[in-house]
Design a protein around this ligand. Structure first.
Ligand SMILES: Nc1ncnc2c1ncn2[C@@H]1O[C@H](COP(=O)(O)OP(=O)(O)OP(=O)(O)O)[C@@H](O)[C@H]1O
Ligand SMILES: [Mg+2]
Length: 103
């Protein structure tokens, strides 16, 4: 099952995504939470903390920088970029801009 949470700015996407991910994980589902926001902060909502959230590398930037190869499988991708979050959720950041400004 794939669930995408979308909506206008400030409408509660990150909060809903974090709650959904943790509730599904607690119910026994294997959950991978992908933060697709260019200014990613799903980690904070998931409970991994501000420091860890800020340290997570964006998959797209890492590939573009050439530091890592394309992973052959989703599992390998997650082993390289996935971070453990509470309730067994695994979090990965899809993309990240360096200096997000309002708007
Ligand atoms: N159901 C809710 N009831 C009241 N406040 C909420 C609810 N969901 C989210 N909020 C609050 O609304 C604000 C925006 O929520 P959130 O960051 O999840 O939105 P967002 O859509 O991800 O925003 P952005 O577009 O900036 O990424 C936060 O302060 C959050 O605590
Ligand atoms: Mg958000």
């Amino acid at each position: 099952m794939k669930i995408a949470v979308i909506g206008k700015g400030g409408s509660g996407k990150t909060t809903v995504a974090g709650v959904l991910a943790r509730c599904l994980a607690r119910a026994g589902r294997e959950v991978v939470a992908l933060d697709c926001d260019a200014n990613p902060n799903l980690g904070i909502s998931l409970g991994v903390g501000l420091d860890m959230t800020e340290q997570l590398a964006g998959i797209r930037q890492s590939l573009e920088d050439g530091g890592v190869e394309h992973a052959p499988t989703p599992e390998e991708l997650l082993s390289r970029f996935g971070a453990p979050a509470p309730d067994g959720v695994r979090l990965a950041v899809v993309t990240k801009i360096d200096q997000p400004n309002p708007g």
